[in-house]
Structure formats: structure tokens, C-alpha cells
Design a protein around this ligand. Structure first.
Ligand code: ZN
Ligand code: ZN
Length: 369
């Protein structure tokens, strides 16, 4: 990513982090105006009454370096992304095995190839009622294929509206993002959803990064969840501290390829996730991951990944919380410095560089570096 964009993102993120800290983190009042209409509107796919076992299956399909999730409730199906070209046929046959030959919903979170290829494959192979995808254009072959298959099938894109709810079988999902109409980074256009089955909640954010995460926080929608599919394959630009704090996920799933060239999942994101004590499930270690919810409990088909982080035990890399800034004095400290501020005046940094580029000065006593 362009370094300037990253700088800007960091600035926005820090500004928001500070505003949230000053607001006491509890009252975020921005409400999306579409909320009022959304409850009344039912998707076209909802003619079937909600009966049945109430089981919800969420399949995090192993598509190497990419993402693809199949959701099933009471015979109703939704596909979110479909992985890269190498895995498109695997996704199509996975859907066939699961009897998902008619999809109530397809979500193309955004138009990057590692998400979109299998969506095109699935749309070519099967019928879909509602296709939700973001409102921007990409200049790629796979995007052209996407618009072509949509035309051929006579499907119009349903653009995401934050707060809008859709029923899928006995479950329901709400659109969380995107919340803006222009982003510098295509990943931030990602359609994010909150999927609810009884008392169980899943949050999936595509490749949304910190900018979109803060916008989701600003909507005021309750983000607490049981399972979170780590944004952008566990990139360090996603799964920010504030977003994780709002979600408090019990389990985090990471969809990434073995030894992928991007280094997903990043040590930074893993440190933030591990610091919250989440169970971690990684497709690069476990293959397909299936979470089944009965409305009260969630069971996984695999044992959790051991040591979610790639980091060795004796690593000297600093983790989240090593640097604590004081939003009033604009000084930052080592975690164990005697001068760290009260919780409500803190902002956390992963590195001293990060703190300094945010305009914080090192404390003269602990000399953080
Ligand atoms: Zn991706
Ligand atoms: Zn992406």
C-alpha cells in the first residue's frame, strides 16, 4: 500500500480512537438513516416461513490465499466470496456437495480476484436470487466476467445499505459496511455483515481495513459477536484494537494460504487477537472450517489452531500494549512505566514509530523505543 495512504489511515484511525476514548467508548450516537425502513423490508428470498431446527452452518472453505464462506440455515444458502481462480472449481463442487445449487444470496464483498473468481464460478453454475456487491468498478478481467454473468442471468446488483436486515432461513444478517462512497483502497469497499442465529453472532468483514472498521464503530450498531472472520486475511491493517474490543469475539477464523507472499496473517494482527484470548482457527493450518450454531452454542468441526501466532515464544517483537500514549500530554510510555495514564486517557501503539508519527513524544523516564 501507498505509504501516504497508510499515514492518512493511521491519522484518521488515531483521531477516531482519541474521540472514542474521550467519549468514554460507550455512547456512539451516529445512526444510519436507512435503519428505519430496513426492518420492514424483507428480501425476495423470504417467502418460506422460519421453522426447522434453527441450525446455522458457516463453512469457511479452504481456498488457499483468498476467502470463501458458505452459510446455510434451514435449506437456505448464502455464498460470501469464492476465492481465487485456482479454487473457483473447488468452491463450485463444494456447493454441489452441500446441495447449495440455489443460492438465496451471494455477496461479493469486493472485486479483488482472491474473492471474486469463485463468485463468478458459482453464478455461472447455479441460480442466485439476490447478489449484494459494492458500488465501485474495477479494471480487471474477473470484474468484466462478473458483470457479464450478472447480465446473462438477468440479476441486478443489490448495493449494500448499512443497517438493512435480510432473513436467511431461521437466521438473519445485517449490513455493517461500507459506510462511505469513496475509498482510496478497494478493500475498504468490502461489504461487511453481522449474521445472527438465536444468541449466536458472526461478523464477516471481507478485506475491510481500519478506516472501514472505525466507520462501523461509528454507526453505533452492536458489534459484539462470538465468531469473527478476520478482516483482510489477518492483515496488520485490519482487526484494529478498537474494533476487536467492540466485538469481543470468542473465536477468530483466518482465511489465508500456507506461506502466502503477503505474510497473512500478520504478527501485529495476531498479537492483538491473541491479547484478547480468542480461540483461533486458520484455514492454512486446518483446511475447511465449519462452525455450527444451534442458536445457543457454536461447535467447530476442527480443533483450534495451536499458537495462533506465527511468532516464536522467545521472540523479542513487541506486542500490543507495549506502548501507551497519553491523549492529554501527548507523551507515550513503555507499558510498565510508572507514568502511564489512566485507562480513559490511553491510546495504544504497536511500535514507537507508530506513536511518533501520530505526534506523540517519548517519555523522558522510560525512554520507549
Ligand atoms: Zn483478500
Ligand atoms: Zn482485497
Amino acid at each position: 500500500m501507498d505509504k501516504n495512504i497508510f499515514r492518512i489511515k493511521k491519522f484518521i484511525a488515531l483521531f477516531l480512537a482519541i474521540s472514542l476514548a474521550l467519549a468514554g467508548c460507550s455512547q456512539v450516537t451516529v445512526q444510519n438513516s436507512s435503519n428505519s425502513t430496513s426492518n420492514k423490508e424483507k428480501s425476495q428470498a423470504n417467502n418460506v416461513s422460519a421453522t426447522g431446527s434453527g441450525n446455522l452452518e458457516v463453512h469457511f472453505i479452504d481456498v488457499g490465499q483468498g476467502s470463501s464462506t458458505l452459510i446455510e440455515s434451514n435449506g437456505h444458502y448464502m455464498l460470501i466470496d469464492g476465492g481465487d481462480s485456482k479454487y473457483a472449481s473447488r468452491v463450485v463442487s463444494y456447493l454441489d456437495d452441500e446441495d447449495a445449487r440455489k443460492l438465496d444470496y451471494v455477496i461479493a464483498t469486493h472485486y479483488d480476484a482472491d474473492h471474486l473468481n469463485g463468485v463468478v464460478g458459482a453464478l455461472e453454475a447455479y441460480d442466485a436470487d439476490v447478489v449484494i456487491a459494492p458500488d465501485y468498478k474495477a479494471e480487471s478481467k474477473i470484474y468484466q466476467s462478473f458483470t457479464r454473468v450478472m447480465k446473462e442471468k438477468g440479476i441486478k446488483i443489490t448495493y449494500p445499505e448499512t443497517g438493512k436486515k435480510y432473513k436467511i432461513g431461521d437466521a438473519e444478517f445485517t449490513i455493517l459496511a461500507p459506510n462511505d462512497t469513496h475509498y482510496d483502497d478497494a478493500n475498504d469497499y468490502s461489504v461487511a455483515i453481522k449474521l445472527v442465529n438465536g444468541n449466536n453472532t458472526f461478523i464477516l468483514t471481507g478485506d475491510a481495513e481500519i478506516e472501514s472498521e472505525y466507520e462501523m464503530l461509528e454507526t453505533g450498531i452492536d458489534l459484539s459477536c462470538d465468531v469473527y472472520l478476520a478482516g483482510h486475511h489477518g492483515s496488520r491493517y485490519s482487526s484494529s484494537e478498537a474494533f476487536l474490543q467492540a466485538m469481543q469475539p470468542e473465536s477468530v477464523v483466518i482465511s489465508a494460504g500456507k506461506n502466502n507472499k503477503y505474510g497473512h496473517p500478520s504478527d501485529e494482527a495476531m498479537a492483538r487477537i491473541n491479547a484478547m484470548g480468542c480461540d483461533v482457527y486458520r484455514t492454512d493450518q486446518l483446511g475447511d472450517i465449519i462452525a455450527t450454531s444451534d442458536g445457543k452454542n457454536i461447535k467447530f468441526n476442527v480443533k483450534k489452531s495451536f499458537g495462533g501466532s506465527k511468532k516464536k515464544k522467545n521472540s523479542t517483537t513487541k506486542t500490543k500494549g507495549e506502548f501507551i500514549g497519553n491523549v492529554n500530554s501527548k507523551k507515550f510510555h513503555e507499558k510498565d512505566c510508572g507514568s502511564v495514564p489512566d485507562e480513559e486517557n490511553r491510546v495504544y501503539f504497536n511500535t514507537a514509530d507508530e506513536a511518533e508519527s501520530a505526534g506523540y513524544e517519548p517519555c523522558g523516564n522510560c525512554k520507549p523505543e
